[in-house]
Write a protein that binds this ligand. Structure first.
Ligand SMILES: [Zn+2]
Length: 412
């Protein structure tokens, strides 16, 4: 039976750190309760956590998208809640944490562009309560870089003076001040995750998802170390079609008109993908809210209830719109990463660098590009794609950024 760290692909160093910290956390609990496993209904707290022993109250998991930041945070949470203190994968503590039903583990997933202050305050408050299972209260913030400034401040207060049994696990692309404030960073222990090698990603697709080895290898390379993306490419024909359409772009750029057409196509494809990805959740949430409001009736107070209902509906629509915007950006970013991979292939081929191509299925086209553009031309095009990503991240309107990129890709 694989333990809770089994899905952390190619991250041996990080796993080692987390295992040791979990063991030291278990020792803290044992010291508090005496020998034997901790009973479930403890009152009072044990001694504060000793950071020197490898365990601390606040952690940041950093790494590129898809490297497994939230997978690592959840596995560590499970190891902390594990009755054996190891993350065995079998006990109720491990099992409920991994399936998202543990009463003392809360996961914050920002659905829109940022996590709001009221959400964060409520969370911090609940995280200060005594763990119902007698071990730890754990809060996982899956995208700490998407906290609003006010929400970040609410979190900072809790991280600065953590309740004795509370652990915060934050995930962010990096510890750059743009992602995580310097003060929060200074209170946290950092666990850096690497972009896993394609061979390690392929191995997990074969072992865990039962994907054929040749498909797994192709998908792992094409996904550039992003485990979730590799799984989707291996399993979902629509994801493969979208990727094919993106990788056909370089061939189609023959003039201003085709460049602008390609920009429109890319934006619209991202919108369609995003809409498909949120449509089901949107409909389910609307139905649930309508059912809840439908119980209102017509008696005294019904008018007030109606006004409240309109407000709730408006709130829901606002949240859904924000989630759709995020999904669109994510879809567009995936397309840009694929495109960057193509120009990177052309660049490495022009330089005759001994590295495997990202996209084996467009290697011939990249080789043709390498001949035509030489290394300088390939590099300028790669930079155009990366600049487009940066611009969108800095809130430039996606259509404007993508049109500028397509023109640069055509002109070179
Ligand atoms: Zn366990």
């Amino acid at each position: 039976m694989p333990d809770v760290f089994a899905d952390l692909v190619g991250q041996d160093e990080a796993v080692d750190t987390l295992r040791r910290a979990a063991a030291s956390a278990a020792a803290v609990l044992r010291a508090a309760h005496g020998p034997g496993p901790a009973p479930d209904d403890l009152d009072g707290y044990g001694p504060a956590v000793d950071p020197g022993a490898g365990m601390t109250h606040a952690w940041i998991f950093t790494g590129p998208p898809g490297s497994g930041r939230s997978v690592a945070a959840r596995a560590f949470a499970a190891a902390l809640q594990c009755v054996h203190g190891t993350g065995c994968g079998e006990c109720p503590g491990c099992h409920t944490t991994m399936t998202g039903t543990h009463a003392d583990v809360r996961l914050v997933v920002p659905e829109g562009l940022s996590i709001g202050v009221s959400e964060m305050r409520a969370l911090v408050l609940r995280a200060a309560s005594t763990p119902s299972g007698g071990r730890w209260q754990i809060v996982i913030v899956s995208d700490a870089d998407r906290l609003t400034e006010a929400a970040g401040n609410a979190l900072l207060k809790a991280v600065e003076e953590p309740p004795p049994r509370t652990v915060f696990l934050l995930c962010a692309p990096s510890t750059h001040p743009d992602d995580v404030s310097v003060t929060i960073r200074s209170r946290c222990r950092v666990v850096p995750l690497r972009q896993p090698p394609a061979s390690a990603v392929a191995e997990v697709l074969v072992r865990r998802d039962g994907i054929a080895p040749d498909v797994a290898q192709w998908a792992a390379a094409a996904a550039q170390g992003h485990v979730g993306r590799a799984r989707r490419l291996a399993r979902d024909p629509e994801a493969r079609q979208r990727r094919d359409a993106v990788l056909a772009v370089p061939r189609r750029l023959t003039g201003v008109g085709t460049a602008l057409d390609a920009a429109s196509a890319l934006i619209e494809a991202a919108e369609a993908e995003a809409e498909a990805s949120v449509a089901e959740a949107d409909a389910a949430e609307r139905a649930a809210l309508q059912t809840a409001l439908g119980a209102g009736g017509t008696g005294r107070g019904a008018a007030g209830a109606m006004r409240g209902a309109a407000g709730q509906l408006k709130d829901l629509e606002k949240r859904q719109k924000s989630r759709a915007t995020r999904a669109q950006r994510d879809a567009l970013d995936r397309a840009l990463v694929d495109l960057a991979g193509f120009y990177r292939d052309a660049l490495t081929m022009a330089l005759r660098a001994p590295v495997a191509p990202v996209h084996t299925d467009t290697a011939a086209m990249a080789e043709a590009g390498a001949q035509k553009w030489a290394a300088e031309g390939a590099l300028r095009r790669l930079e155009a794609v990366l600049e487009c990503r940066t611009a969108i991240e800095a809130n430039v309107k996606p259509r404007i950024a993508v049109e500028a990129m397509m023109l640069a890709l055509w002109k070179g």
